[in-house]
Design a protein around this ligand. Structure first.
Ligand SMILES: C[S@@+](CC[C@H](N)C(=O)[O-])C[C@H]1O[C@@H](n2cnc3c(N)ncnc32)[C@H](O)[C@@H]1O
Length: 294
C-alpha cells in the first residue's frame, strides 16, 4: 500500500511469474499477451489499483463523423462483437480474474460506453466488488452524429469499485477538492469534486506518434491516478493500448504494468513513454507541474 519496499517485492514476484516483459524502464513494464492468461499468473493481493478500458465491442461496420468526414467506426478485430453472450462472458472473465490480484483495499476502474458498461457493471457486482461511483466523463468537444436520429454520444462512463464490500480504499479527497483542474470546464475551485468530469478528448501533443483508436486523454487518467492511488502504489492496466494509464502512473511516481495483445499498440506505448520520460529529464517546468501536486 504505497510503501516502496513492499512494492519492490510485489514487482519482483510478478515479474518472476510473468516472465520477460516486452519493455521495461524504471517502474514502467509492458507485457505482450492475452490478459485472460496473464492475469492468472499475477500473485494474489499484489496490485493496488487496476484501470481497465476493455473492448467496447462496437466495431461492427457502422459510420461516424471525424473532422467533418464520414469514417468507419471499426477500430480493429479486437473490438468486434461476438454476440451478446460471448461479449458478456469475456467481460465477466477478466473482471473475475482481476479480483484476486488486488490487495484487500484495492480498487478497480472500468471505462466504457452503453455498448459494454452495463455488462461490466453487472459482472462487477456478481464477482463481489463494491461499486463506489459511476463517473460521467463528458466530452465537450465530442464529434457530431451522422444520422440525426439519436442524441449525440458525448460521454463515457467510468465505474469505480472496491475489491470488497468492507474496506478502506484510497481516495485523495482533499486534493480533489483543493487542487487545480484547469482542464475541467465544470469543476469549481475549492468545491468538492463531482461525478461529472468535463474533459476534452486527447490533444495534439498526445497524438504525436499516431493515435490508438480509443486513446484516453491524459487528463482523465491524471484524475483517476491522483484520486485513487498514492505515490509508490502499483497500477495495472490489462488493456493498455497506448498506455495512457502508464504515462499518468509514471508522471505521478506510481509503478505500472500494462498488458496488450497487439504489438503495434505496445510499440506506440514505448514511443510515448520515451518522449514523456525525456520531458521529465529535460524540462524542469514540466517536471514541476506534474510532481508538485501532492
Ligand atoms: C479500448 S482499448 C484501450 C485504450 C487505452 N485506454 C489507451 O488509452 O490507449 C482496448 C485495448 O485492449 C486490447 N485487448 C483486447 N483484448 C485483449 C486481451 N484479451 N488481452 C489484452 N489486451 C487486449 C486491444 O488491443 C486494445 O488496445
Amino acid at each position: 500500500m504505497g510503501m516502496s519496499g513492499i512494492i519492490v517485492e510485489n514487482m519482483k514476484s510478478i515479474i518472476e511469474k510473468l516472465g520477460k516483459p516486452y519493455f521495461k524502464d524504471e517502474n514502467f513494464f509492458l507485457y505482450h499477451g492475452n490478459s485472460l492468461e496473464l492475469l492468472k499468473e499475477i500473485p494474489e493481493g499484489s496490485v493496488d489499483m487496476i484501470f481497465a478500458d476493455p473492448p467496447y465491442n462496437l466495431s461492427n461496420g457502422g459510420f461516424t463523423v471525424h473532422a467533418g468526414k464520414r469514417v468507419s467506426v471499426n477500430k480493429g478485430n479486437w473490438d468486434k462483437s461476438k454476440g451478446f453472450e460471448a461479449d458478456f462472458a469475456f467481460q465477466k472473465e477478466w473482471i473475475e480474474l482481476c479480483h484476486p490480484t488486488l490487495q484487500l483495499n484495492g480498487t478497480l476502474w472500468v471505462s466504457g460506453t452503453y455498448h459494454s458498461i452495463y455488462q461490466c457493471g453487472c459482472a462487477l457486482q456478481s464477482a463481489g466488488y463494491h461499486i463506489l461511483n459511476d463517473i460521467s466523463w463528458y466530452k465537450p468537444n465530442a464529434s457530431p452524429n451522422l444520422s440525426g436520429r439519436y442524441f449525440t454520444a458525448s460521454h463515457e462512463t467510468l465505474i469505480w469499485a472496491r475489491k470488497e464490500k468492507n474496506g478502506k480504499h484510497t481516495f485523495n479527497y482533499k486534493h480533489m477538492r483543493e487542487g487545480e483542474w484547469p482542464e475541467d470546464m465544470l469543476k469549481r475551485r475549492g468545491k468538492q469534486m463531482r461525478s461529472v468530469w468535463a474533459i476534452n478528448t486527447p490533444q495534439v501533443w498526445e497524438k504525436k506518434f499516431g493515435k490508438h483508436p480509443t486513446q484516453k486523454p491524459f487528463n482523465v487518467l491524471k484524475r483517476v491516478i491522483l484520486a485513487s492511488t498514492n505515490k509508490g502504489d502499483l497500477v495495472l492496466d490489462p488493456f493498455t493500448g497506448s498506455s495512457t494509464t502508464g504515462l499518468s502512473a509514471y508522471a505521478f511516481g506510481r509503478s505500472f504494468i500494462g498488458i496488450d495483445t497487439e504489438k503495434e499498440y505496445l510499440d506506440l506505448s514505448i514511443q510515448r513513454f520515451k518522449e514523456f520520460q525525456g520531458r521529465f529529464r529535460n524540462q524542469l517546468e514540466f517536471h514541476k507541474n506534474y510532481t508538485s501536486v501532492e
